[in-house]
Design a binder for this molecule. Structure first.
Ligand code: 5RP
Length: 230
């Protein structure tokens, strides 16, 4: 039996699969909402849909293989038609915080490579200002303590993300610092300031990248387009 939250995730993930058309190259996001997308895409592939996806994490790659979604990579594909992915927060300007699943670096690559970025969330992810969710930042393991100290000068106390008693290691062999800024007044500026620090690989701030947000609220799925609400 799915929780109410998981039902919203399922509804929005499955709805997003309808945006995928025959022949498309797709960026496949990471997380529990993307799971439902990948599962539905697998069903559509079994019914004849011809697509190829690039996964944003080892977990997504595993699900794609399990559900029968054909995969490709950037040695064979220059750009993607659509990337569909979840998010941890979405603000009123459609800026995002991502990286709750530690996949932000590859997620940003597939987001940038896509002609259209569709974000799938339940309504709890919609916020007025970003920052309640601690901002994930991927950093090199070498000197991470120093990198964390540099980030702290920008107004937070970073926490190294843990897993199984040690530091979590991303699919790229790096660490994640979770940075609780509380309220981010200028996300674009903060993104640039963090990215300038040597040792930072990438931030979980996705600025001006999302084209469309599908929001599940339990009753319906609302579609928010860049620059206009429908
Ligand atoms: C992974 C992500 C996810 O998209 C984000 O954490 C949302 O996950 P979920 O759909 O499980 O709530 O950014 O790095």
């Amino acid at each position: 039996m799915l929780s109410e939250m998981d039902q919203m995730k399922r509804a929005v993930g499955e709805e997003a699969a309808a945006y995928v058309k025959d022949g498309m190259k797709i960026g496949l996001g990471t997380g529990s909402t993307a799971y439902w997308l990948i599962r539905r895409l697998g069903e559509r592939v079994k019914s004849g849909l011809n697509i190829e996806g690039i996964p944003s994490s080892a977990q997504t790659e595993q699900w794609a293989k399990e559900f029968g979604v054909p995969l490709t990579d950037f040695s064979r594909v220059k750009e993607l038609d659509i990337t569909i992915d979840g998010a941890d927060e979405v603000d009123e300007n459609l800026h995002l915080i991502k990286g709750g699943g530690a996949a932000l670096f590859r997620e940003k690559i597939i987001a940038q490579a896509a002609n259209e970025l569709i974000i799938i969330v339940d309504s709890s992810k919609m916020v007025t200002n970003l920052g309640k969710y601690p901002l994930p930042v991927e950093v090199l393991p070498f000197g991470w303590e120093r990198t964390a100290n540099e980030i702290s000068m920008l107004g937070c106390v970073p926490n190294i993300r843990k897993k199984d008693g040690g530091n979590l290691i991303t699919d790229n062999g790096n660490y994640i610092l979770d940075c609780p800024f509380d309220a981010i007044s200028d996300p674009a500026r903060l993104n640039e300031e963090i990215r300038r620090i040597i040792g930072v690989v990438e931030t979980g701030l996705f600025i001006g990248m999302a084209d469309k947000i599908l929001v599940g609220n339990g009753k319906e799925i609302k579609v928010i387009q860049k620059n206009k609400a429908v």
